[in-house]
Design a protein around this ligand. Structure first.
Ligand SMILES: C[S@@+](CC[C@H](N)C(=O)[O-])C[C@H]1O[C@@H](n2cnc3c(N)ncnc32)[C@H](O)[C@@H]1O
Length: 620
């Protein structure tokens, strides 16, 4: 809304939209649809099932444009830089995904992303100024302020009247290309991300009603409809949230696609078999024994609840509220005290199928059948609805608050949710990628799950150094960017997990000591070996991470010279006497060479020889 009055033309368009909404697309009139609506003669020769939007072909061009960026190490911001296999990349993810193509092609087992939902309030970068030169685009995604922080204002570009105009800006619902902008942002990133997945890999994408329909079609196009595994309603707030879509919102979605359904499999949860065995089945479904219907406690004596004191007649596992031949009379009496039932007569009548009669010796007891609530019933196979109380969005917020004591980031995902996706999406030694890392929940969840199951999963997380709002608590506490919040969260979470691991190890050592003081049997020897191997495993947990930052190449780029400008050519030849840029360091060049030669960023690099850096040897 710009507060201006409508022109007569706009008024007519609005009137037309009121009677023919189907003839509009992204707020604009679609002439072909209008003709079809009014029964006009239209050409259907091009008809086919296709997802199309404004700027799609240009988004493909962006996808195919090579990058001249690289990653440089930031050792002082890392934890255990030389030993760790976890990576945090600070940078714009389209460029980062391009930079990673060679080294990580087909290496990632699972991708989890939680991108901007296109709520009308979120800002994101989308590479859709297709008329700009490559140099301008590079500048736009790489502009920094004097302290080296990427500036949002420099990312905001003037209106070009092209497909769409902004580089980084709020994509409001009034925007004429509201859906197209978002699709232009997502499409190239998903394409590049798919390349990084292993053939048996899987991708999980969190979403809500704003774009779930478009996302599914987009992913069908990129991953193939046959590789669709599920669109999981993911319950984030059973109580119900605001009613943005008319209903009080309880859920989001998680779209799951395999890279190749012939090779990929989704895993199962580890479950307590005893817990599964508690459930039985009758003609109304599954149940387990719930509360005893004889009430106890200070409010339960007969005199306090006289209506709930009445006889129930039982015979075997059948009950009646009327006296019948052969039926035994039961009152809610415990220890000779007259108490009350939890249910009224009417409720007993209504819920007759939810009553369990059990006899122990001469004593009858009456229990309620507890029917499963959503996801209550444990099962190894993940269900197509994702719900646990710990998935609540409030939990995600609280978990982050526990780390910082303040609310520095809105709507982080809860650790248990991401941990469960990782549990079913990976094996214990796999690599996980999140290129919309936000506050770093994925990195945190990988460390938690490894601690719990002794795994050795590794992560690559990517986060834009998006500036925090100046009035935010995070900014006031000195966190200039979301990437800084994310890195600090991972550092603190790593320390906390390390402390927890120490306690677990102390406990395991005590158990070993106790077993060693007992008579040595085959059984306790094998128990000691198993406990010792758990200790070794915990001691080798990787809680560090390498920080790498997206930067310009260390090597000068040859610029195409228009026309026959001999002087410009001579200048450029002079520049290339030394192709290494002035700001390059040997170490940074080594990382660029790792990436350009397709080597893992965790390759071991040994300094040798003399000089400040000497030269460095790479070993896989
Ligand atoms: C919804 S949040 C992710 C939250 C995360 N799952 C968590 O639990 O904290 C999306 C994040 O993507 C980041 N982002 C948006 N566009 C990006 C881009 N082009 N490159 C890298 N990160 C980007 C935003 O800064 C934001 O922090």
């Amino acid at each position: 809304m710009d507060g201006m009055s409508l022109t007569p033309e706009q008024e007519k368009l609005n009137a037309l939209r009121n009677i023919l909404p189907e003839a509009f697309c992204e707020g604009k009139i679609d002439w072909e649809k209008l003709k079809a609506t009014l029964g006009g003669d239209i050409n259907f020769s091009n008809e086919r099932y296709v997802l199309n939007w404004a700027g799609k072909s240009d988004a493909f061009k962006i996808l195919q444009t090579p990058t001249y960026k690289t990653l440089i190490p930031a050792k002082d911001e890392s934890v255990n830089f030389d030993e760790t296999n976890n990576i945090f990349i600070e940078g714009e993810n389209l460029e980062v995904l391009k930079v990673l193509q060679k080294s990580y092609f087909g290496k990632v087992k699972m991708i989890y992303i939680d991108p901007p939902y296109n709520t009308g309030n979120d800002s994101f970068i989308y590479p859709d100024m297709f008329s700009e030169s490559k140099a301008d685009y590079e500048k736009r995604v790489g502009d920094k302020d004097e302290e080296g922080y990427m500036t949002k204002s420099s990312l905001k570009s003037p209106s070009l009247g092209g497909v769409s105009q902004a580089g980084w800006s709020k994509n409001s619902k009034e925007n004429g290309q509201y859906h197209s902008n978002w699709l232009n942002m997502m499409m190239p990133r998903l394409y590049l991300a798919k390349n990084l997945l292993r053939q048996d890999g899987v991708i999980f994408v969190s979403f809500d009603d704003n774009e779930v329909h478009n996302l599914r079609l987009l992913m069908n196009e990129i991953f193939g409809e046959e590789n669709f595994l599920g669109c999981l309603p993911t319950i984030m707030n059973l109580k119900g949230n605001n009613d943005q879509f008319g209903f009080s919102g309880t859920h989001e979605y998680t779209l799951v696609f395999l890279k190749d359904y012939n090779l990929g499999r989704i895993g199962e949860f580890k479950l307590d078999e005893i817990e599964i065995e508690k459930w039985e089945e009758d003609e109304y479904g599954l149940y387990k024994q719930g509360a005893n219907l004889k009430s106890t406690g200070v409010n339960a004596p007969r005199e306090k609840r006289p209506n709930l004191y009445f006889p129930i007649y039982v015979n075997g596992n059948v009950f009646s509220l009327e006296n019948k031949d052969g039926f035994e009379e039961i009152f809610p009496t415990t220890n000779k005290q007259e108490m009350s039932w939890r249910w009224s007569k009417t409720k007993f009548q209504k819920e007759f199928f939810n009553v369990i009669i059990s006899k122990n010796g001469n004593e009858y007891s009456i229990y309620k059948k507890q029917r499963p609530e959503i996801n209550d019933l444990p099962s190894k196979k993940p269900k197509s609805i994702f719900y646990k109380p710990s998935y609540s969005s409030g939990n995600g917020t609280q978990e982050l608050k526990n780390i910082f004591n303040e609310r520095y980031f809105s709507n982080p995902k809860p650790i248990n949710l991401v941990k469960d996706f990782i549990e079913i999406g990976t094996h214990p030694n796999d690599l996980i990628l999140d290129f919309f890392s936000g506050s770093g929940t994925t990195a945190h969840s990988v460390m938690e799950l490894n601690k719990e199951d002794g795994g050795n999963r590794k992560y690559i997380c990517v986060q834009l150094p998006e500036l925090c709002e100046e009035k935010s608590e995070a900014f006031k506490a000195g966190y200039k960017t979301i990437a800084e919040i994310s890195k600090e969260r991972i550092r603190r979470a790593g320390k906390k997990i390390n402390d927890e691991i120490r306690l677990i190890i102390d406990d395991l050592r005590m158990k070993i000591k106790k077993l060693q003081s007992e008579l040595p049997t085959e059984e306790n020897q094998s128990e000691i070996t198993s406990l010792q191997s758990q200790i070794n495993n915990l001691q080798s947990q990787d809680l560090g991470f390498k920080v790498l930052k997206l930067e310009d190449s260390n090597f000068k780029q040859w610029q195409q010279i228009e026309g026959n400008d001999a002087q410009a050519l001579a200048e450029q030849m002079k520049l290339f006497v030394d192709p290494v840029s002035e700001s390059a360091t040997i170490e940074n060049m080594v990382y660029e060479l790792l990436l350009k030669s397709g080597k893992d960023l965790n390759s071991k690099i040994f300094p040798s020889g003399g000089g400040e850096f000497g030269y460095l040897l790479l070993c896989d």
